[in-house]
Design a protein around this ligand. Structure first.
Ligand code: T1G
Length: 698
């Protein structure tokens, strides 16, 4: 027996308690212990076995940290078969989240009881694999093919009530898992309940698996695991159990060896490591019980909504009653969305929009706020005035935050007498939906203020990334680079529409021009004008055709025309023919003879520009580690999750080849394509970006 499994006899019942914090993952010690516990129970003449988890949950899956390493025995599918084959009555009692291999262990027992708050699921496709311990064969047998396909391809967690309805659970009972499990096992013994091996249940009814496969593959935008999982469930319908298990194993092994599994596991651990910063060790965040928001436009209203939904009372400041009323309207509209999506009850909606939200027009109303965040017009002078006012109005120790997306936070902090209390909290629109939060740390920001930013981010359900001060911080700075690369390719012969299609083919939901149309072309226009006013390097390629679009009032979706022309409602968009006329004019003006671009070259250049700028951002310390860039691009810019983020993708694609291509492009344009020093250094040393990340999952 291992200490990961505690063995206990209670009358005729042998109890195997899994004790492997934090989530009772089914690592080798747990598997060895469970097998030994089953052997002991049978040898000692017990009549039943109860398996449950200690601490926070029933096992939440295989130990993801073991992936990529040689598997060790007992292999989980064999352990599940062993449990199921026991001559004793085997019962599992579920609390917390029985996920992946955890649910597969439960499905290999003969009966399953759970607490009301328990959740179950088979989320393996989110890790680039599929349930590999019999889940694709047993779940269809207890819940039917339709439900099994839904749970396995969606990876969603299912509450106890729904799991009961689906036949995954037999009972739900209040109480500790061990207690309700013992009571259930004893009751089953008393009534002479038979063993009930799921593997011996009849094969589930087939569905149109080819149609499902195609639909799931299309929805996954190139992610393979959900579609391959369809084939595993199909095997449950078409093959005897043992052969179905063998088929599941084949498909599982194929996916385990895929780049997509590497990318998705990297994403899983990166978004958990990104908040772990040595500078925050032992630092206590300040208490934030209420927040102030300045500016009730789209961003300010979104931030206020996010705070309200997290249970934080909000005082929102606008300059006039009219603007205040408009801000309230935006926030109520956002909350109505949460109500419609079932995120909040009607009663909660009333309270949030009522007593928890105060709208004011005087800075004095912010004197009690623990943290104030401004989302006013992106102009440095306006921001400095706001911060001077905050300095005068807010209580000592209040955190003063800016939502600026690129302005110099050090200059903003200098407008106050308390620069140590100033921080950047860069939300992404819509702020109450997008998970990414860049926490921008100025030169004099106090460590506990940084910790306060991360604590607030966690409370708001955000994935927070630490960023240093520069134009665009992490995400927008890298976006500016690959967006500029796209513009250079348009001038040289590609079209925005070809680039969008190639980028969608890589797995992005939208291409860069579709994104610009959605965000509003006026944003990019303002940025180009700002950078020109600040003075462009004479070697920088300044692209102006898009200015003509904006001068004509075409700002994208919000005006019905931009790079694309938008029909009424949600009807599709068509390329705007005026765009290529403007491009042709600029090419002529600049003496450019357009050439052909293949989709492959478009993507290669696009990704090289992204990775090269990302390497600069890490090299300059704007991002602490490459994984910080990956998390930023995954959660704020639609980077396909199964590729792990730009740095993980570059490691898998090969840094040496990327650097060689960049050096080739630099022969055309040695300003834009000067290789990032960090990239050159890693290639010279034969290292990867991942070598600079803190060990994943530690
Ligand atoms: N293996 C190893 N570590 C894990 C883990 C796992 N399965 N799940 C969580 N952790 C770590 C996590 O890295 C973090 O560590 C800590 O536990 C708390 O997690 C054959 C092959 C269970 C819902 O996909 O969804 O079974 O940062 O911060 O927000 O078919 O963790 O503290 O050092 O996320 O409360 C299938 C993945 C595996 C579940 C809890 N199972 N985990 O969320 O805490 S594949 C999963 C989760 C499999 C079989 C296949 C969540 C959670 P640290 P956390 P949380």
């Amino acid at each position: 027996m291992t200490e990961a499994i505690r063995y206990e006899r209670v009358g005729d019942i042998a109890v195997l308690a899994v004790d492997n914090p934090p989530v009772n993952a089914l690592g080798r010690d747990v598997r060895v212990g469970l097998a030994a516990g089953m052997d002991r129970a049978e040898a000692e003449g017990a009549r039943a076995v109860l398996i449950h988890g200690t601490g926070r949950t029933f096992p939440a899956g295989a130990d993801i940290r073991e992936f990529g390493k040689p598997p060790t025995e007992p292999f989980l599918p064999d352990l599940c078969n062993r449990i199921e084959a026991s001559p004793l009555l085997v019962v599992s009692a579920i609390h917390g989240t029985a996920l992946g291999g955890g649910l597969e262990v439960a499905l290999s027992t003969h009966y399953r009881i759970a607490t009301p708050s328990a959740k179950v699921g088979l989320p393996e496709v989110n890790l680039g694999i599929l349930p590999g311990a019999g889940g694709t064969q047993r779940l269809p047998r207890v819940a039917g093919s339709e439900a099994a396909l839904d749970l396995i391809t969606s990876a969603r967690h299912v509450g106890a009530e729904e799991a009961l309805k689906l036949g995954i659970l037999d009972r739900i009972a209040e109480g500790e898992a061990r207690e309700i499990g013992l009571a259930h096992a004893q009751a089953l013994l008393d009534e002479g309940a038979p063993r009930r091996p799921v593997g011996e249940m009849p094969a589930p009814e087939p569905v149109d698996f080819d149609a499902r496969y195609d639909a799931v593959l299309k929805k996954g935008r190139g992610q393979l695991s959900p579609a391959v999982a369809v084939r595993a469930v199909q095997a449950a319908c078409e093959l005897p159990f043992e052969q179905g298990m063998a088929r599941e194993r084949e498909l599982f092994t194929e996916l385990m060896q895929s780049d997509q599994r590497q990318g998705l596991i990297h994403a899983f651990f990166a978004e958990r490591a990104v908040g772990k910063l040595p500078e925050l060790d032992g630092v206590t965040p300040r208490e934030v019980a209420s927040i102030g928001v300045i500016g009730g436009g789209t961003m300010g209203a979104g931030i206020a909504t996010a705070a309200l939904l997290a249970g934080l009372p909000v005082t929102l400041l606008e300059m006039t009653d009219k603007a205040a009323a408009a801000a309230r309207g935006r926030i109520e509209h956002n909350l109505e969305g949460a109500l419609k999506r079932g995120k909040i009850s009607k009663a909660r909606f009333e309270r949030l929009a009522g007593q928890d939200l105060r709208i004011a027009t005087s800075y004095a109303a912010l004197s009690g706020s623990d943290l104030v965040i401004e989302a006013v017009f992106e102009d440095i002078e306006v921001k400095k005035q706001v911060f001077a006012q905050l300095d005068a109005s807010c209580k000592p120790g209040a955190v003063l935050a800016s939502n600026t997306s690129y302005l110099d936070l050090n200059e903003i902090a200098a407008a106050t007498s308390r620069p140590q209390d100033v921080i950047g909290l860069h939300f992404f629109s819509p702020a109450h939906v997008m998970k990414l939060l860049e926490i921008v740390v100025a030169d004099r920001t106090a460590p506990e203020v940084v910790a306060t930013g991360f604590a607030l981010g966690k409370r708001l359900g955000k994935v927070s990334v630490r960023a240093g001060v520069c134009d665009g911080f992490i995400g927008n700075r890298i976006l500016a680079a690959y967006r500029a690369c796209a513009e250079h390719m348009v001038l040289d012969g590609a079209t925005p529409f070809q680039i969008d299609a190639a980028v969608r083919g890589f797995g992005f939901a939208m291409g860069p021009y579709e994104v610009s149309d959605l965000a509003g072309l006026d944003i990019g226009w303002a940025s180009r004008k700002r950078k020109r006013a600040a003075g462009l390097d004479p070697k920088a390629r300044d692209v102006t055709y898009a200015d003509r679009l904006c001068e004509a009032g075409h700002f994208g979706r919000k005006t019905g025309k931009g790079y694309y022309i938008y029909g009424p409602g949600k009807s599709g968009a068509e390329p705007n023919p005026e765009v290529m006329e403007l491009v042709a004019a600029e090419r002529a003006e600049k003496g450019i003879t357009p050439r052909e671009f293949t989709d492959q070259e478009i993507l290669r250049r696009y990704m090289a520009a992204m990775v090269n700028e990302a390497a600069r951002v890490v090299g300059e310390g704007i991002a602490r580690r490459p994984l910080d860039v990956d998390v930023t691009l995954l959660h704020g810019y639609g980077f396909p999750r199964y590729r792990g983020g730009p740095m993980k993708w570059a490691d898998m694609d090969g840094l040496d080849g990327l650097l060689e291509d960049i050096r080739g492009y630099a022969r055309e344009d040695d300003f834009f394509w000067s290789p990032a020093p960090l990239l050159e250094e890693l290639v010279a040393e034969g290292r990867k970006f991942d070598d600079l990340n803190t060990p994943a999952g530690d």
